[in-house]
Write a protein that binds this ligand. Structure first.
Ligand SMILES: *Cc1c(COP(=O)(O)O)cnc(C)c1O
Length: 354
């Protein structure tokens, strides 16, 4: 089936191209380059964080965050039962154990009232353009939080930008995210100590001042300068790219038949639409109809407790909310390059289920 309306699409302009050409012409293509530094500074500025370390992707950003916080074998990390799999996989990849916790029906992010007592940290996911409830999570547990902001560039929690919460926060800049570098990620913190360790682990356990002296077992998590060149162009367009997706969401909102449910938004949240998400009791039929029309709609992820791999970590009840949302929700094509006519055409198919 040829998809006429892809689920997501990137928006690239001369801003990105000029930077890439410049890096190419100067042969600055490795992970040590001026665009990497500039990208980190622009992101720090944007979300009001003291330190940013650019890395190869959003999944490695989470692994680096966990390692730097000293989380490994014998530790438990709370992860929402409804999310793209990366946070749960990152916990297993550092040798720790995820503890899956259900999400709230009110906002689809971690339910602060369900946090188990025995855990070492929390990964809170700003799911589908909506922040987690950071104050409530903090009051309920006091545990160190990692904020996974991969799906919420531009969203706010009580007026503060996502990416500024938790001991450490992370972003992904994969091609389907709101701000993109193709593949890419970042780890952010206000702690000088953690920032120092993040850089150390991300660069083979050595410091630039002392080459080949390896203080800790490190690895290579670096983003390339070519990637960061694209990122610097995208950072300049942050407001525009966030606004365009919100415009697309508004066009969908205006046309959405009453039989569909919209992603819920709390009064304390400023949503920034990533992939427009709606629910319908006959989700699978609706998605099949859209796909037959060349519209690349997709059911959202399976609830993690329903994946055999994650069943052993699903010890906190029946996960009714994660399972219901996973059964009823689906994603509609969303990007900064979509027009109102595109949304009209796609919404036309939804009318059949009004
Ligand atoms: C996309 C995503 C990631 C992973 O990012 P990659 O850059 O693709 O590795 C992590 N967490 C969440 C919630 C995501 O949606």
């Amino acid at each position: 089936m040829v998809m006429i309306y892809p689920l997501s699409n990137v928006s690239l302009t001369d801003k990105e191209k000029i930077n890439v050409d410049y890096a190419f012409a100067a042969s600055w293509i490795s992970g040590t380059g001026l665009f990497v530094r500039q990208f980190e500074e622009m992101l720090a500025d944007r979300v009001q964080r003291k330190h940013v370390v650019a890395v190869a992707n959003g999944t490695l950003a989470l692994e680096l965050a966990l390692k730097t916080m000293g989380i490994g074998p014998g530790h438990k990390v709370i992860v929402p039962a409804l999310t793209f799999v990366a946070p749960a996989a990152a916990v297993l990849n550092v040798g720790a154990e995820p503890v899956l916790v259900d999400v709230s029906a009110d906002h689809w992010t971690l339910d602060p009232e369900l946090l188990p007592l025995h855990a070492n940290a929390i990964i809170a996911v700003d799911l589908m353009g909506h922040p987690a409830d950071y104050q409530a999570l903090h009051v309920a547990s006091g545990l160190p939080i990692i904020e996974d902001a991969a799906e919420a560039h531009g969203a706010c929690y009580r007026g503060m930008p996502v990416g500024s919460f938790g001991v450490i926060s992370t972003f992904s800049f994969h091609a389907n995210k709101t701000i993109t570098t193709g593949e890419g990620g970042a780890v952010l913190t206000d702690s000088d100590f953690l920032a120092d360790n993040l850089r150390l682990v991300a660069n083979h356990g050595m410091r630039p001042e002392r080459p080949y002296f390896h203080e800790v077992v490190g690895s290579n998590y670096r983003m390339t300068n070519l990637t960061a060149a694209i990122g610097c162009g995208q950072m300049e367009r942050w407001d525009e790219l966030v606004a365009k997706r919100n415009q697309v969401a508004q066009w969908y909102d205006e046309r959405l038949p009453k039989s569909f449910g919209r992603r819920p938004v709390m009064p304390w949240a400023t949503e920034a639409c990533w992939l427009y998400t709606v629910t319908h009791p006959e989700r699978d039929r609706v998605v099949a109809s859209l796909r037959e029309c060349g519209i690349d709609a997709r059911a959202i992820w399976c609830a993690l407790p329903d994946l055999p791999l994650y069943a052993p970590y699903s010890t906190q009840g029946d996960y009714p909310i994660a399972r219901r949302v996973a059964r009823e929700a689906f994603l509609l094509p969303t990007s900064a390059v979509m027009s109102e006519e595109d949304v009209d055409t796609i919404s036309g198919v939804l009318m059949h289920y009004a």
